[in-house]
Design a protein around this ligand. Structure first.
Ligand code: SAM
Length: 319
């Protein structure tokens, strides 16, 4: 079958699938501060998620990242993972804040999950509490240990740096990555869910110049999707995801599906397509594939991340 290629020639084979809007943390850059229309359509069921993934994998080999909200808040997360793992041409990944990971790591590994990314913005108890509005860092650290123990490899730790809050912890994160054998990735904060984001913004160029002395210059910088990886002298890799300072739209292979089943072809552009409606009205696989192709035809070539105006926070879109 013809692959999903958009009008800019990008092959679309990466699906970020939000499975809940709920989160057990309330990060200061990721929560709602303006009202939007409440849709209240409800979450997609495991059967609906499987159906969507089934259709995608008929078209191409796909990467599916389960996200949210906090995906481990879905009590059927293991069932969802199992349903995706049975497709040979699907690589299923998960992004989590790690709070419930200690409980789920082994179950998810057994269910066939391939990789885990964990979000953690501070290694200090009080700063973590402040950023997450009350989270307990101990839960996340225990979750990371457990994920290592059950054999997830590589584990990537995503860190959003905020000036004046956690930007003094760069070297602590590098040390932590080395100690734990995990890849640290620094992500620039985007104007989703944070009103005065510019006040807190730290550019990755600034970070790179602060860390320059640690880089092993014998190795090239590796670009992998939106991330650029540098090799450090200690053998570790450190990644930088820079949506604001280094636009990476030309490599975009993504679609997003919100937890209530709406398709988004671009994070910057707020347009949504009612995929779940078609599914629930009994749309056939062919009709759904046609729907996907039409939406992808309209996928924006390039968007300005520093000028996102729809203000729907990541927790709702699926980060
Ligand atoms: N709960 C899961 C987690 O914490 O990884 C998945 C959802 S969370 C929305 C996914 C990622 O989006 C996290 O790494 C978070 O830091 C990132 N994120 C959320 N809002 C962001 C923003 N305004 N700018 C940059 N990254 C953001």
């Amino acid at each position: 079958m013809e692959k999903l290629i958009d009008k800019s020639g990008r092959r679309i084979n990466y699906l970020r699938l939000s499975i809940t809007e709920k989160c057990n943390l309330k990060c200061i850059y990721c929560s709602r501060y303006v009202q939007s229309d409440e849709r209240k359509i409800g979450f997609m069921t495991p059967e609906e998620i499987e159906r969507i993934v089934h259709i995608f994998q008929k078209i191409d080999r796909v990467k599916i990242r389960l996200t949210g909200g906090e995906p481990l808040l879905r009590s059927d997360i293991v069932e969802i993972t199992k349903r995706l793992s049975k497709f040979h041409s699907v690589d299923s990944f998960l992004t989590t804040n790690g709070i419930l990971l200690k409980r789920y790591a082994q179950l998810l590994k057994d269910a066939g999950l391939k990789r885990i990314n964990i979000s953690l913005d501070s290694l200090k108890e009080d700063v973590f509490k402040r950023i997450t509005s009350g989270g307990n860092i101990k839960d996340v650290i225990e979750g990371i240990y457990q994920a290592k123990m059950v054999g997830f490899e590589p584990i990537k730790l995503n860190v959003v740096l905020l000036r004046g809050i956690n930007d003094g912890e760069i070297n602590s994160f590098i040390d932590f990555g080395e100690r734990m054998g995990i890849i640290i990735r620094f992500i620039e904060v985007m104007p989703l869910g944070m009103k005065h984001w510019k006040r807190y913004f730290v550019s990755n160029d600034e970070l790179i110049s602060r860390l320059k002395g640690l880089f092993d210059k014998r190795y090239p910088i590796i670009s992998d999707g939106p991330a650029r990886y540098y090799k450090l002298k200690n053998g570790m890799e450190v990644g930088f995801i820079s949506p604001i300072s280094h636009n990476f739209c030309d490599t975009c292979s993504r679609l997003r599906i919100t937890s209530d089943g709406f398709l988004r072809t671009c994070l910057v552009n707020g347009r949504e397509y009612n995929l779940i409606g078609l599914l629930r009205e009994g749309g056939s696989d062919d009709e759904i594939i046609e729907f996907l192709r039409k939406a992808i035809e309209e996928k924006q070539g390039c968007g300005d991340y520093s000028d996102i105006t729809h203000f729907r926070p990541m927790v709702e879109i699926g980060g």
